[in-house]
Write a protein that binds this ligand. Structure first.
Ligand code: F6P
Length: 515
């Protein structure tokens, strides 16, 4: 049977061409019912897509493209634990970590593994774990990078309080990162968690070795260092071989993608900082979105609509970037987290059929918190020649109840999206605002573990939804391998022995290294 996708793509491209000459201001002001028709809500989240450069015809074309791409079958396969990551022959069952999807056996294994993680977190929080001087452990340093760092770091930065159990994160192999995070800590009362799915990542193992050296230099005998070490990994034997006692290895599975892993034992830092109950609230928020994503018709499906809009902007309107601007200082790390989630998932050029993609895939994700961003890059967003779609994220209620500054924050978020969409004509070219700049506004009821879990799950499923239309594999990441391999040979070049340089520029730069 002939593939319906080329025709569906052509229909969507025709809609994009039609809308190129339509002004967002006319779409917005011409239809008072637009906000209702172009908004979706789920799990307490409200998403307003009415400031996107779409209309009913365009959205229908995107829905048709989703159906031509067998969206529902691909989504059901994801939740059923089928091999949706064919290049690595793996499932991608991060939803099972929240208790949705997968087999009963998988969910039982998840439950047991998370219970083990919760017990260790509770022991740390109750200060019933003791170090080599028999003093209670008072701080946890999590060493990991990429998906073994960004999610837990985001959630802890967003939700940890002043009196939370101290959890610090180290990712960069730059010695200054570990040094800075160890400042003020006592080796006798500090635990080190090495978080690495493969337990082979060079930066993480180099930092782990340095942290172990710090413990030893602080007086910890080799025979007692096990009391200070924890490993979170899908390679438990490698962790034991490195020196972590079996009882302190928290395992997870190869069907958990790194950038989808904060819901697993990788979330140890979250459970220690926030407590197991709030970790579970995070899971519950995500599970509500999982069920919505699985059950809601495409036309009402919030994450699926996010994915369709992403493909519409990137692949059809050909807008290269997406700015993520959370109007919540506690979500300042969200852009960095979404950079990995979206760009490492969908920054691909090969389709699942092995052919080269015919159009752009992932947007270049960047951003910063509002209102700060208004005083740094919003000038370009308003008057620069490039059109950059924006995801605004804001909480309806503030944790600082009644503080007028929350009203100022919320007002600025709405005002910016309106100004970008409507523009303002002026004879003076320096004071002309072209407008026609699209955005989505996501409103959380308040910022807490549940709403943050739901928000992150929305982006996970939006990323998957986009990959279905693009016919790419969102769950592998071979693109990171080449740089890693070259780094090994350049490292040798910088060391005592002269290795081959990949090119004359690198050879010249290598000569400037001072070890
Ligand atoms: O960036 C490449 C990558 O493999 C990510 O996908 C992963 O999250 C990160 O490196 C860390 O990998 P690991 O958890 O195996 O140390």
């Amino acid at each position: 049977m002939n593939d319906p996708r080329p025709q569906a793509w052509q229909r969507a491209a025709d809609e994009a061409q039609r809308l190129r000459s339509t002004r967002l201001r006319d779409l917005l002001l011409g239809d008072p019912t637009r906000p209702q028709r172009f908004s979706r809500d789920a799990a307490g989240l409200f998403a307003d897509f009415s400031k996107q450069r779409i209309d009913a015809g365009a959205l229908d074309a995107m829905l048709a493209l989703a159906r031509a791409s067998e969206f529902e079958r691909r989504r059901d396969a994801l939740f059923a634990g089928e091999i949706v990551n064919p290049t690595e022959q793996r499932a991608a069952l991060h939803c099972a970590l929240r208790g949705v999807g997968g087999s009963a056996q998988i969910r039982a294994e998840v439950s047991a593994a998370l219970d083990r993680m919760r017990r260790l977190a509770t022991s740390l929080r109750s200060r019933s774990l003791h170090g080599f001087r028999r003093a209670p452990i008072q701080a946890l340093v999590c060493i990991g990078i990429g998906g073994s760092d960004l999610g837990p770091r985001l959630v802890c930065d967003a939700l940890a309080e002043a009196d939370s159990f101290p959890v610090r994160f180290v990712a960069n192999v730059d010695p200054d990162d570990l040094a800075r995070e160890l400042r003020g800590l006592d080796p006798a009362t500090t635990a080190i968690a090495v978080v690495s799915k493969t337990f082979t990542t060079r930066e993480t193992l180099a930092n782990a070795d340095a942290a172990r050296g710090w413990l030893a230099a602080g007086g910890c005998p080799a025979s007692e260092i096990g009391q200070h070490l924890i490993a979170v990994t899908a390679a438990p034997q490698a962790a034991v071989d490195w020196g972590v006692t079996q009882a302190r290895v928290l395992p997870f599975w190869d069907w958990v993608g790194g950038r989808y892993s904060l819901w697993s034992s990788v979330g140890l830092g979250i459970a220690v900082a926030l407590g197991p109950d709030r970790f579970d609230s995070l899971l519950d928020g995500a599970a509500q979105i999982d069920r919505h994503f699985l059950q809601a018709p495409l036309e009402q499906n919030l994450p699926a609509t996010m994915g369709l809009v992403s493909v519409w902007n990137r692949s059809l309107l050909q807008l290269p970037a997406l700015a993520v601007v959370p109007y919540a200082e506690r979500l300042r790390l969200l852009p960095a987290y979404l950079q990995q989630l979206v760009m490492e998932s969908n920054g691909k050029s090969a389709t699942l059929r092995g052919t080269r993609v015919e159009r752009p895939t992932a947007p270049i994700i960047w951003g910063a918190s509002g209102t700060n961003a208004q005083h740094s890059f919003f000038q370009q967003l308003h008057q620069g020649p490039d059109v950059v779609p924006i995801d605004f994220i804001v909480a309806a209620r503030s944790s600082a109840n009644g503080d007028e500054r929350h009203r100022i924050l919320f007002a600025n978020c709405l005002a910016q999206s309106a100004a970008l969409a409507l523009g303002r004509d002026a004879d003076d070219p320096h004071r002309h605002f072209p407008g026609n700049r699209p955005s989505t506004t996501l409103v959380l009821p308040q910022l807490d573990a549940g709403s943050l879990g739901a928000l992150i799950a929305c982006y996970e499923h939006a990323t998957f939804s986009a990959s279905v239309l693009l016919d790419i594999n969102p769950f592998d990441q071979f693109g990171v391998e080449y740089g890693k391999a070259l780094a090994k040979s350049v490292e040798a070049l910088l060391g005592e022995h002269d290795g081959p340089a990949p090119d004359p520029s690198t050879a010249a730069l290598a000569r400037r290294f001072i070890g």
